[in-house]
Design a protein around this ligand. Structure first.
Ligand SMILES: [Zn+2]
Length: 354
């Protein structure tokens, strides 16, 4: 059992501490650090249970239903447990199932394009540029990160979390979608812990993280500012919050693409993939060749899917988001990186809130 997990994790519904119960059968195996030797589940005094599947704690409100077959085999009185949970939390669970369904599919599919041995750039950045950009966004020069506890909310492919884990004490990487499984599989760092969770039901106590990082995630929620408040609650006093968001981009093609979303977001994901594969991909490839900048098809498709498939895609001005940070008692608020499409902004939570 990984000590870090039980120390930090909380029930994502009531925030109480969790108890680990190993499964008697099945799900055997070890991760790279030799921890979590068997599968099991976390249980809460409120009645909730959260399974650990493929060494990944599944802390969505609906996770026990997603993996019902495994839990059923391991808990003799599962039907009683289930009916008690549903009697208490049915509304929240039903809402979460509906809300997370498209997120699980859309982003799980988007990041599945990275399931290859080949080097794939993400956001037009190679590995070295991606790493440099992360530290440019966070601007942690002069801070000793060795003992710091960080969380990457909406970790996607998991690269940022693993880079954070090279310097920080412990890093938790959260994602709603199935992409968490691939991210966890390629993780080589025992201090980097992947968890399937949702920012609307964060499985941590408030105010416990030195660094809260969330890149390109909050704007894919119905209300970006409400999502900001959820991740901000995790930051401890003196801790850093750093987020990357889309900003308005005054460009004709960009506006056409945004207009297309009125249609594309309603299409089945597989159809979208093949549609972009045979239309937008050749256009991008041709423009790239003309400009002498050749990109791989996976990289182009990730960009297209991120633009056209998510149900929500809000844009915010840096000035507006600076206001959110200041209203939430952050100091040293600054825009750390910016490009045509978006910007990163960070702030330090005041030690004393006035
Ligand atoms: Zn609970």
């Amino acid at each position: 059992m990984n000590k870090h997990l039980i120390d930090y994790l909380r029930c994502s519904l009531c925030k109480n501490e969790l108890t680990y119960l190993p499964f008697a059968t099945g799900q055997k195996g070890t991760n790279s650090s030799g921890e979590l030797e068997t599968g099991g589940l976390f249980s809460c005094s409120c009645g909730m249970v959260f399974p650990i599947i493929s060494q990944i704690p599944r802390l969505l409100p609906e996770s026990f239903l997603d993996y019902e077959a495994v839990i059923e085999k391991n808990i003799p009185d599962y039907n009683i447990v289930k009916s008690k949970i549903l009697a208490k939390y049915r509304e929240i669970i039903d809402f979460s199932i509906t809300r997370n369904k498209s997120i699980k599919q859309t982003f799980g599919f988007e990041w599945s394009l990275l399931h290859t041995d080949k080097q794939v750039n993400v956001w037009n950045l190679n590995d070295r540029q991606f790493e440099n950009q992360l530290w440019d966004e966070l601007k942690t020069e002069g801070i000793d990160l060795k003992e710091k506890v960080a969380v990457d909310v909406g970790c996607g492919h998991g690269r940022s979390g693993m880079l954070l884990a090279e310097k920080c004490g412990i890093v938790f990487c959260l994602d709603v979608g199935a992409s968490i499984e691939h991210a966890a599989q390629i993780n080589t760092r025992p201090n980097c812990i992947f968890i399937q969770a949702d920012l609307n039901h964060l499985p941590f106590a408030n105010g416990v993280f030195d660094i809260v990082y969330s890149s390109g995630v909050l704007h894919h929620n119905p209300d970006t500012k409400a999502a900001f408040s959820k991740v901000s609650a995790l930051v401890k006093k003196g801790g850093i919050l750093c987020i990357w968001l889309y900003k308005p981009f005054n460009n004709g093609i960009h506006r056409i693409m945004l207009g297309l979303r009125g249609i594309t977001t309603k299409l089945p994901l597989k159809l979208q993939f093949w549609l972009y594969f045979f239309t937008l991909l050749p256009i991008h490839k041709s423009i790239g060749l003309l400009k002498g900048k050749s990109k791989g098809w996976r990289e182009i498709m990730i960009n297209q899917l991120d633009m056209l498939s998510p149900e929500y895609r809000h844009e915010h001005s840096p000035h507006e988001v600076e206001g959110w940070f200041k209203a939430a008692a952050y100091t040293h608020v600054e825009i750390t990186t910016t490009n045509n499409y978006g910007f990163s902004i960070k702030g330090t939570l005041a030690e004393v809130v006035k």
